[in-house]
Design a protein around this ligand. Structure first.
Ligand code: GTR
Length: 417
C-alpha cells in the first residue's frame, strides 16, 4: 500500500469509529458483564403482580418512575387550535391527497406551531395512520415540490446552511419515509419536523414549547424528548378531529432519538393503537444496564437537553436506576409494539434492543396477548413476534424499505378494521 493509500485507510477507519460513536464504548459481548433487571411484575412494596386486574396500579408506578427519573413530567395536555393551510388531491402521482395543517399546541397561539403534513391514500375510506416526527423538515420526506420548506432551525448537515434547510434537502429523507409505499398499502402517513417543538441542541429550550407551560425547570421537568412526544399526542388530537382518518388505528413510529420519542409517546398516551421503535438504542428500546455501545453517561453528556435533570444522577450508576427499558415497552402493553434493529448499528446495541423486548414479554402474557413468541434473538431478516414484533436487518443505522414493509405487515396484523 502506498503511504497515501495507508493514510486514506486510517482516515477511513477513523470515520467508521466516529460513525459508531466514541471509542470508549464497549463492543465486546464478553465484557458486557452481568446485571439484574428490575421486575415489571413486582410492585415497589415487593408484592408480585399476579393478575391482569393488578396491572394498571403497577403500570402507574412504572410510568411515574420514568417521568421522575428519566424523561421528565409532561404538563397536562392543552386544547389545540389548527388551520389547514394547503391541500392537493392529486399528490404522489394521484395516489394521495396531501394536506398541511398548522397546529398550535401550547393552549394559545404564542408558542411555536407544529406543522403537520399528511398524505391520505385516495379511495381508502377512513384509513389508519402511521405518524412520526422527522429529522430534516417535512419537505425532506418526499421530493413532492408542493411540500412547504421548513424555515426552522436545523442541525448542521448536508444541504443545511446557517442552520436552515436549503432546496437541496427536498426529498433527502424520502427513503426513510416511503410515502408511496405507505399509501399504496392503504394507510395515511403523517409527520412533523421535531425541531418545530424543541430545537435539537443543548440551548434549544428557550425556543421550544416548554417555556409556554410556565414551569421553572425542576429536576423532573420534561425536556426535548418529552416535548417531541407531547407534539405527537397533539397531532393525534388533530387526527381525532379529522373524520376522514381513523384515530383508533394510529401507529406512532420513530427512528433513533425519534424512536426513543415514539416509545415515550406510546407509553404515555394509550390512544396510540401501535408503537414502532426503529434503531432507538440507548434509553429507547435498548437495555440501559447492558454495557454495550452508547451508555447513559455518554448520552447525557452529548445530549443534556433530551432527558430530565434527575436522569443525570445515573451517569456511571445504571444499576441504581429503578427502571430499565423493558419497563418502557411494558407500559405499552397490551397494545402491539414493534422493535427494529440493524446489524451494523452497534452503537444502539441491537441485542440489548431484542433482550428488552423479550423482557417485556411476561407483561404482555399476563395481559393475555401472545407477547414476543420467541426465546432467542432471530437471525437477520427473520422477523419474529406476536404482539411484540422484532427484526434485525442487514446494514447501518437508518430506516429502509425493508423496515417499512415489516411495519406495514405488522400494521395489517394488528390494525385491520
Ligand atoms: C446519536 C445518539 C443516539 C441516537 C442517534 C440519532 O448520536 O447517540 O442515541 O439517538 O444519535 O438520533 O441519530
Amino acid at each position: 500500500m502506498t503511504s497515501v493509500g495507508r493514510a486514506l485507510a486510517i482516515l477511513g477507519t477513523a470515520a467508521a469509529i466516529h460513525a459508531q460513536g466514541p471509542s470508549e464504548a464497549n463492543y465486546d459481548e464478553a465484557k458486557v458483564g452481568s446485571y439484574t433487571l428490575p421486575d415489571p411484575l413486582v410492585f415497589a412494596n415487593g408484592q408480585p403482580v399476579t393478575s391482569k386486574e393488578q396491572w394498571p396500579a403497577r403500570r402507574a408506578e412504572i410510568l411515574a418512575l420514568f417521568e421522575r427519573e428519566v424523561y421528565g413530567k409532561t404538563p397536562p395536555a392543552r386544547p389545540i387550535e389548527f388551520e389547514v393551510t394547503s391541500r392537493d388531491p392529486k399528490a404522489l402521482g394521484g395516489a394521495a391527497t396531501r394536506e398541511e395543517i398548522t397546529l398550535w399546541i401550547t393552549g394559545s397561539k404564542a408558542g411555536p406551531p407544529l406543522r403537520l403534513l399528511i398524505y391520505k391514500p385516495n379511495g381508502a375510506a377512513r384509513p389508519g395512520v402511521f405518524l412520526g416526527c422527522n429529522f430534516g423538515g417535512n419537505h425532506a420526506i418526499d421530493a413532492d415540490p408542493g411540500i412547504t420548506m421548513s424555515k426552522s432551525w436545523m442541525r448542521p448537515g448536508k444541504g443545511v446552511e446557517n442552520n436552515r434547510a436549503t432546496e437541496a434537502t427536498r426529498g433527502a429523507e424520502a427513503s426513510r419515509w416511503q410515502a408511496k409505499m405507505v399509501v399504496a398499502r392503504g394507510y395515511a402517513l403523517a409527520t412533523y419536523y421535531y425541531g418545530d417543538i424543541f430545537p435539537d441542541h443543548k440551548d434549544g429550550r428557550p425556543d421550544s414549547i416548554a417555556p409556554h407551560f410556565g414551569r421553572e425547570q425542576a429536576p423532573d421537568d420534561w425536556n426535548a424528548i418529552g416535548a417531541w412526544a407531547y407534539g405527537l399526542s397533539r397531532a393525534l388530537d388533530y387526527i381525532e378531529r379529522d373524520k376522514t382518518l381513523d384515530a383508533k388505528r394510529v401507529a406512532v413510529l420513530g427512528h433513533s432519538r425519534l424512536g426513543k420519542t415514539s416509545l415515550w409517546a406510546g407509553a404515555r398516551d394509550p390512544r396510540f393503537a401501535m408503537v414502532i421503535s426503529n434503531d432507538s438504542g440507548e434509553d429507547g428500546a435498548a437495555l440501559a444496564r447492558r454495557n454495550y455501545g452508547e451508555t447513559v453517561a455518554r448520552i447525557n453528556t452529548s445530549f443534556p437537553h433530551w432527558f430530565d435533570g434527575n436522569f443525570k444522577r445515573y451517569n456511571g450508576r445504571v444499576a441504581d436506576l429503578p427502571v430499565d427499558q423493558h419497563m418502557l415497552i411494558s407500559l405499552i402493553a397490551p397494545r402491539p409494539v414493534y422493535v427494529a434493529s440493524a446489524v451494523e448499528d452497534r452503537w444502539a446495541d441491537p441485542r440489548g434492543e431484542f433482550l428488552s423486548a423479550l423482557a417485556a414479554d411476561p407483561v404482555y402474557r399476563l395481559l393475555g396477548t401472545g407477547g414476543i413468541a420467541a426465546k432467542e434473538m432471530p437471525g437477520i431478516h427473520q422477523p419474529v413476534g406476536s404482539t411484540i414484533g422484532y427484526h434485525i436487518r442487514a446494514g447501518v443505522h437508518d430506516v429502509t424499505a425493508y423496515d417499512w414493509e415489516r411495519f406495514l405487515d405488522f400494521g395489517d396484523r394488528h390494525m385491520k378494521r
